[in-house]
Design a protein around this ligand. Structure first.
Ligand code: PLP
Length: 384
C-alpha cells in the first residue's frame, strides 16, 4: 500500500473514531489531573522509592482531607467498601444493624462480611435517605447500630438520626461514599455520627482511581481502622486483630492530591450542568429532578431524576431509549433485595417506588451543553 493511501486511511479511521467518541456519552468522565502536574509527584515517589505501606503521599492526602474538607482523624483505604467493612469492624458490633432499603449493595455487604444482620427500613420521599421514624420503629433488643447512607451525596437527616441513636444507645455509622465535599448545617457531612466512610472510586467526585477513607471524631476508632487496614499488625510482628489489606498506594494518593486540588472547581462546574438539566427538564411532564435541600451545600455527585407518567414508572424505558441513542444512564438500586439473610420488618414502599423510577443521567465537570440537550431531547420524546 502506498504511504499516501495508508495516510488517507489513517486519517479517515481517526475521523470515524472521533465521531464514535462524540456519539457515545458515558455516565461519567472522571476528572483527570494534567499530566504535567502529576509528573512531579511521580518523580517524588520514584526518588523516595516508597510506593505503598503508609507512604508520605498517603499521609499528605490524609492531612489535606483534614485541612481542606474539615474531616477528622482520616484513615485512607484501598476503596470505600473496605473502609465500610473496617469502620464496622472497629466498633466491635454484634447483632442487627438498621440500613436503608434503597442503597448500593456494598452498604449491606460490608455488614454481612462482619456477620452483622442488615435490617432494611424505608427511606423518606424527598431525598431518598433513611427515614428516622422508620429506623426507630425497627429497633429491637438485638439492634446495635444504624448504618445510614448519604444517598447520591444527599445528606441523611443527621440531626434526627443522632437523636434516635442517642435515645437507644446505638452506634451511628454513615456510608458517605459519594458525599466528599458535601456540607450540611454549615459543617462537613462527615462531622456527624460515630464514623463516616467515603469512597474515592473513579466514578465519585473526589477520587484516587480506586480508594476510600474512614473519618471519625473518635481517635480510638481511627487507630483501630489504621491497624485493621494493615493486617491487624501493631508495631511488631504479631497481628492484634483480624485485619485485612486495605492500604491506599502512593500512586493513588498522588492522583488523589491533584483531584482534591481541583475538587471545588469540579463541583462548581457540575453545578452549572445540574442547573442546565433542571432548566431543560423543568417543563417535561413526569420528570422530577432530585435537588439539594436548602441547608445543604451539595457536591453534585449525580444527576438523579425520577420518571413517572401517572403511577407508571418510566425509568426503564427512558434508560433503554438513551441506550439506543448511545447515551449511558444508570438505574439504582435493586440488588439488595436479592441477598439472603437480610431482614425487612416493615413495608419499604418509598424505596420500592424509587427503585422503579430513579434514573441517573450523565454528569461530569465539563459535560457539553449540547450533550445535555441531546439527553433532554430523548427524555422529552419518551415522556411526551
Ligand atoms: C461507591 C459506593 C460504595 C462503594 O465504594 P467503592 O470505593 O467503590 O468500594 C459504597 N456505598 C455507596 C453508597 C457508594 O456510592
Amino acid at each position: 500500500m502506498s504511504s499516501e493511501i495508508s495516510a488517507f486511511l489513517q486519517a479517515k479511521w481517526e475521523t470515524e473514531a472521533d465521531e464514535r467518541e462524540r456519539a457515545y456519552v458515558p455516565l461519567v468522565r472522571p476528572y483527570l489531573p494534567p499530566l504535567d502536574k502529576l509528573l512531579p509527584l511521580l518523580t517524588e515517589i520514584w526518588a523516595c522509592g516508597r510506593i505503598t505501606n503508609n507512604g508520605p503521599l498517603q499521609q499528605r492526602l490524609e492531612a489535606a482531607l483534614q485541612d481542606r474538607l474539615g474531616w477528622r482523624n482520616v484513615v485512607a483505604t484501598a476503596n470505600g467498601t473496605l473502609a465500610l467493612q473496617l469502620a464496622c469492624r472497629s466498633l466491635d458490633l454484634d447483632g442487627e444493624v438498621i440500613v436503608p432499603a434503597f442503597t448500593f449493595p456494598a452498604t449491606l455487604q460490608a455488614l454481612m462480611w462482619n456477620s452483622l444482620v442488615p435490617v432494611l427500613v424505608d427511606v423518606e420521599p424527598d431525598y431518598l435517605t433513611i427515614a428516622p421514624d422508620a429506623v426507630e420503629a425497627a429497633i429491637t433488643p438485638r439492634t446495635v447500630a444504624i448504618l445510614a447512607v448519604h444517598t447520591f451525596g444527599q445528606p441523611a437527616d443527621v440531626l434526627a438520626l443522632q437523636k434516635v441513636a442517642d435515645r437507644h444507645s446505638l452506634a451511628l455509622v454513615y456510608d458517605a461514599a459519594p458525599a466528599a465535599g458535601v456540607r450540611v448545617h454549615n459543617q462537613p457531612v462527615t462531622a456527624f455520627g460515630d464514623v463516616s466512610v467515603v469512597s474515592f472510586h473513579a466514578t465519585k467526585v473526589m477520587h484516587t482511581v480506586e480508594g476510600g477513607a474512614v473519618t471519625t471524631p473518635h481517635e480510638s476508632v481511627a487507630n483501630a481502622v489504621r491497624r485493621l487496614r494493615n493486617f491487624g499488625l501493631g508495631g511488631g510482628r504479631e497481628a492484634l486483630a483480624l485485619g485485612t489489606n486495605a492500604k491506599l498506594n502512593e500512586l493513588e494518593a498522588a492522583v488523589g492530591l491533584l483531584v482534591l486540588d481541583a475538587l471545588d472547581t469540579e463541583i462548581a462546574n457540575r453545578a452549572v450542568a445540574m442547573n442546565a438539566y433542571i432548566e431543560m427538564l423543568a417543563d417535561i411532564p413526569g420528570v422530577r429532578v432530585l435537588s439539594a435541600a436548602a441547608d445543604v451545600q451539595p457536591n453534585n455527585a449525580y444527576a438523579v431524576v425520577r420518571l413517572r407518567t401517572g403511577v407508571q414508572a418510566r425509568a426503564d424505558e427512558v434508560h433503554r431509549r438513551l441506550q439506543v441513542a448511545r447515551i449511558d444512564s444508570r438505574r439504582y438500586f435493586n440488588h439488595c433485595y436479592q441477598l439472603a439473610d437480610v431482614l425487612r420488618r416493615d413495608e419499604t414502599a418509598v424505596a420500592d417506588a424509587a427503585a422503579e423510577d430513579v434514573l441517573c443521567l450523565p454528569l461530569w465537570g465539563d459535560i457539553p451543553l449540547a450533550t445535555l440537550r441531546r439527553i433532554s431531547d430523548v427524555i422529552e420524546e419518551v415522556m411526551a
